[in-house]
Design a protein around this ligand. Structure first.
Ligand code: GRG
Length: 300
């Protein structure tokens, strides 16, 4: 990863500090759930590593929106719980059937399928429990808005809908517009929530929300194109998972439809467009600009 160093600010260090802060919050978000086997599987998946990009994006967006990033930590953990449950379910034999995730055995390999399904379900439930908790935001209207936004981005008009399309992609030839819609739902919706949640918590006016939404939508798609590129040219050891699976399954991706170079160009174009949405901001938006760059420069 290219370190973004401007005016003595080290973006790599920022990411690392954010990752550690999020991991500590995730660690303490798990209570003494019973039965123990379920708690262990939830903990195993939640603390298995990962870049923690989504919660970091939420905290950075919160700072831009004028809020206190520390106060956004519960929301950041809730959305990472949804991300984690989506990975657990995505890895199941009924879906992508993967043995390795973040360099470790997937949850159904480390435990069993039934435990993996239940651990995913419980992380999903816990995410909403956290959002509904008074500690997440003192204003109940804000909490309800957060709950509704997360439910919408994870359900049929979000991740679950995108995943269904992804399963259909194994036996249907999708064109670029359909792949774009699929990825906007499967990957983009949760990335949009990370930014939207900050706008909701800071009660930003609609105009400011629309600009942030534009930024999030563009980086969400850029993130997925970068993921498709890593799937064909990345290092499986760094990725901690099997690569080349989309091509093997005959699924159309940005790379299969556009080719490597045009896909890379499109990802960079989306990053430039994302930054355009931040044009009205000065240095206070530099973190979001750096995150946009990181999304396409990352090696895992
Ligand atoms: C949420 C109700 C509900 C259902 C989930 C299984 C499923 C439905 C959706 C799968 C969505 C999925 C796996 C999207 C892929 C997103 C993606 C590119 C993940 C990789 O994200 P990284 O690179 O991973 O941020 P780390 O390991 O760093 O966290």
């Amino acid at each position: 990863m290219t370190a973004v160093v401007a005016n003595g600010f080290d973006f790599s260090q920022y990411l690392e500090a954010g990752r550690l802060k999020v991991e500590a919050a995730l660690d303490s978000s798990l209570g003494p759930e019973r039965p123990e086997s379920l708690r262990e599987a939830m903990r195993y998946s939640l603390l298995a590593g990962g870049k923690r990009l989504r919660p970091i994006l939420c905290l950075a967006s919160c700072e831009l929106a004028g809020g206190d990033a520390e106060l956004a930590l519960p929301t950041a953990t809730a959305l990472e719980m949804i991300h984690t449950m989506s990975l657990i379910h995505d890895d199941l034999p009924a879906m992508d059937d993967d043995d390795l995730r973040r360099g470790k055995p997937t949850v159904h390999k480390a435990y069993d399928e039934a435990t993996a399904i239940l651990a995913g379900d419980c992380l999903h439930d816990l995410a909403f429990e956290v959002l509904a908790d008074e500690e997440t935001h003192p204003d109940p209207f804000v909490r309800v808005e957060l709950v509704k936004a997360l439910a919408m981005c994870s359900g049929p008009a979000g991740m679950a809908g995108g995943q269904m399309m992804d399963l259909e992609a194994e036996h249907t030839r999708f064109d670029l517009a359909t792949v774009t819609r699929l990825q906007n739902l499967k990957t983009g919706a949760l990335i949009c929530f990370c930014v939207e949640a900050a706008a909701i918590m800071a009660r930003l006016p609609q105009g400011a929300r629309t600009k942030l939404h534009g930024y999030a939508r563009d980086i969400g798609l850029a993130f997925q194109i970068a993921d498709d590129l890593l799937d064909v040219e990345g290092d499986a050891a760094l990725a901690g998972k099997a690569l080349g699976k989309d091509a093997a399954a005959g699924k159309e991706t940005f790379v299969s439809l556009l080719g490597v170079e045009a896909a890379r160009e499109r990802a960079h174009m989306l990053v430039a467009q994302a930054k355009e949405h931040l044009r009205g901001h000065g240095a206070e938006a530099d973190l979001l600009r750096a995150i946009a760059d990181y999304i396409v420069e990352r090696d895992r």
